[in-house]
Design a protein around this ligand. Structure first.
Ligand code: NI
Length: 260
């Protein structure tokens, strides 16, 4: 059986790949990673331009455009209008990552909530699925997505999920997908592995969030899409499935959600 892995969330336009991007993509391909969703983050236009110039013409790499909650404080109406123009480009697969991060709180909470809401409304307007970053912000995230019924209307995923099984269930009940990253391979992540065990494989995506969150046993190195195999292997062991099955099912889930 040929491996068909999808890395549903990676930042491969980052400068850290500028010197070896082709080699990195080659390693992904030889590992069986056939599709990558590149998460292009603004709000600066130069960053979006770089992502589009690198990947617009690729059939194996799709693009999502977002503004990380860390940068919500940089947003204003002018930045929003520019962002909207990028999001509306043909070929864009998703809006994100967008969301709330009260752990680092790099931007004020009020700004995060305001712009997360605006971005969700834009996803509804453009009929784009969303990839959501939520850290230490379950209640406000839940309120924003549930009052818009966003997952049933346009589809969406909680990326790099680190919550409890109970929180996962609440999002699943709204129609969300749940995505697990390399964190699931960490020794200390036993509770997260239990959460993953509770999430139906039909509602699960896998990702690297590269260049961040390098899985074991590669911790300390830069992360890259080839290492999504480690996430698949960990899920396979938890679910009693083969790695090929996990790869295939999570790839089908990503294709359904992002309409690849
Ligand atoms: Ni990310």
């Amino acid at each position: 059986m040929v491996m068909f892995l999808t890395d549903s969330h990676a930042h491969i336009d980052y400068d850290s790949y500028d010197t070896d991007r082709d080699e990195m993509l080659g390693r992904a391909q030889s590992t069986g990673v056939q599709r990558i969703l590149n998460i292009a983050l603004g709000p600066e236009s130069e960053k979006f331009e770089k992502a589009f110039s690198l990947f617009e013409l690729s059939k194996d790499i799709s693009i999502a455009v977002g503004v990380h909650p860390h940068d919500a404080g940089k947003m204003d109406e002018d930045a929003y209008n520019k962002f909207k123009a990028y999001a509306a480009r043909s070929g864009v697969s998703a809006l994100g990552e967008i969301g709330l991060d009260y752990y680092y709180e790099n931007s004020p909470r009020e700004a995060q909530v305001k712009w997360f809401g605006r971005f969700l409304d834009l996803a509804l307007e453009l009929k784009l699925p969303v990839t959501i970053h939520s850290r230490d912000a379950f209640d406000d995230t839940y309120e924003a997505v549930s009052k818009r019924d966003i997952f049933r209307k346009v589809g969406g995923v909680l990326h790099c999920f680190t919550g409890t099984a109970e929180e996962a269930k609440k999002f699943l009940d709204l129609g969300a997908y749940i995505s697990f990253s390399g964190i699931i391979t960490f020794k200390k992540a036993e509770e997260l592995r239990q959460t993953a065990k509770s999430v139906p494989i039909e509602k699960m995506l896998i990702e690297t969030d590269a260049p961040f969150l390098t899985p074991d046993p590669y911790r300390g190195k830069r992360n890259e899409p080839a290492y999504v195999l480690r996430v698949a292997e960990t899920i396979a062991a938890l679910k009693g499935l083969s790695v090929e099955e996990v790869a295939k099912i999570t790839s089908e889930n990503a294709a359904r959600l992002f309409r690849f």
